[in-house]
Design a binder for this molecule. Structure first.
Ligand SMILES: [Zn+2]
Length: 87
């Protein structure tokens, strides 16, 4: 069972919850290669959506109630919103 650590919330998941996030979305000129792709939960990936890392951080800071929304039980995006260490 493949394991990963989500770079957004720190959730340690399996291959069922695993997704890949383009830090800079393809629609905004991001590259489709490993330098722009990080392991993330499907839920974090979905919530980040069509935003860059910087835009997503700002959005989480402006919408703190969204930090836990749809997150896995051990996930915590607050460190990410504040610009803290990425997992
Ligand atoms: Zn996550």
């Amino acid at each position: 069972m493949a394991k990963y650590v989500c770079y957004i919330c720190g959730h340690e998941g399996n291959n069922i919850t695993h997704n890949y996030d383009h830090r800079v979305p393809l629609s905004k000129g991001g590259a489709d290669d490993f330098r722009n792709i990080s392991d993330a939960c499907d839920k974090c990936n979905e919530q980040k959506g069509n935003r860059t890392v910087q835009e997503y951080r700002k959005w989480l800071n402006d919408n703190p109630e969204k930090i836990k929304e749809n997150c896995y039980p051990d996930g915590d995006r607050s460190h990410f919103a504040k610009g803290g260490t990425w997992y």
